[in-house]
Every structure is written in structure tokens, then in C-alpha cells.
Design a protein around this ligand. Sequence first.
Ligand SMILES: [Zn+2]
Length: 263
Amino acid sequence: MLISAEGIVLRQRKIANNKRMIVIFTRQYGKLSAGTSINEKSRNKSALALRPFTYAEYDIFKGRESYSINSASVKKSYYSIGEDIERFMTASSFIEYLDKILPDEEAMPGLFDLALDFMESVARTNARPDTLLYAFIVKSLRMLGVMPELKCCVNCGKPLEAFGRSNDGKVPGRLKLFSVSSGGVICEECANREKSDPGALIYEPVFDIIDVFRYFSDKPISTFEKVSLKQGVSDMIRRILAEYTGRYLGADVLGKSNELEVQ
Ligand SMILES: [Zn+2]
């Protein structure tokens, strides 16, 4: 059976007989692995569509047990991603993240559209591109059903309203601690109890973690093309998201790229 799908390439490797196995995130069928004998070195339209950071249309033969790509054509090439090292690193982490979180052959059109929005924005931004990746990851957590608890203490369930403001009215007395191990914001009492557990992983960010997560979750990705976070804030968000995605999705791609940045 012949099928047609829009998609982006996540990964490829050589297999026997000059063939390659290509992993694509498609809008219609989710993550697919398909073989192809299209020569990557050639400059025909099908080869161009198999390059990284390209949104393309694929004509795929669906056999009983495998898929193979007959031809492909570029819908849009985000080549400017490759022209800047920071954009390239960020977009590479994004691709690796998608590859890790996507189940095989399960359509996720909402996440696919979000992924295209991300590629558009990262190709266009003049600010630090890592903010776009944090926004993408937080939005994906909601779509995948593993969004952290932000409305109450994740442990005792005491609602946000119960934490009001402190007496001088300056410091928000809201839930300030974030427990990766419990999966959300946590009150001080519960945090103190949880800390006795050696596996506890609790952060006390210098910024309002609830506002930051909501901001990432609620605003369109393009909003973040103009947002460069302060280094300290960016580092903390990166650490929290790295731990969080590692624990709940088995997909920590942020920890690794951070090490690369230090070099
Ligand atoms: Zn509590």
C-alpha cells in the first residue's frame, strides 16, 4: 500500500546494500522507521528532502512488516539553523528529544505542529535559542500528560491560594520549592519531610517557578524568539528540565548539551 505523509527526519543510519534506515516524525502516523535507497549525496529533490531540519512530504510504501520511502519532496528547508552554532546545537537537542519521547507509530498531530512552530522560530530568532527549547519541552510535557503540578503542593495538596503573600507584601509567599522527585511545586513542610529521603531532588529557584512554567506553557512558541533569559535563570531551568525529563520521560537531552557548552 502506498501512503503519503508529511514529516521531519529525526535520525538515519546506513544499512546493507547502500540502503539507509530513516526515522521520521510524521504528522499522520507518528514516528516511523523506513528504509530507502535514495542516495544522500545526490542533488535530486528526494535526497534534499532527507536532510536534517527539513520539513518534507514522503511517499512511502507500506509493506506487511516494514516501510520504504519511494520519493520525497521538500516543503520547507530550515537551512539557517545550520548556519549558527547555537541554533544548530539547540535544534539538534530538540531532534534528539523528539526521537526519545515519541512512541512508535502513534500519531501526535498537536505535537507535530508544535515541532514545526519550533523549527520556524529557531530558524528566525536572534535571541538565545535555548529559551525556545525550554518552551517546547514544557509544552510537550502537557501534551504527554506529565506536566508538573503547579496549582497546589504536589505532596499534601494544599492549594496555591493558601500560600498567599507574606506580611510585607513584597515577597510572594507562594510555593517556591520545586520537587523533581515528587513532580511539582512543594510546600516547605513537605519538602523538609521529603529531604530525609536520599532520592529527593528539590530545587529552590531564585525566580517564581510557577510563573515561569505557566509562561512557557501558555504563550505561543514565537513569543520566545525575543526572550533571552538571564544566565542564572536559564541554567536553573535547564537543570530542572533535564532532571524532570530524564525522570519522567527517560529523555534527558539538556544535561548533555550543557556539558558541550562549557567546553
Ligand atoms: Zn505540602
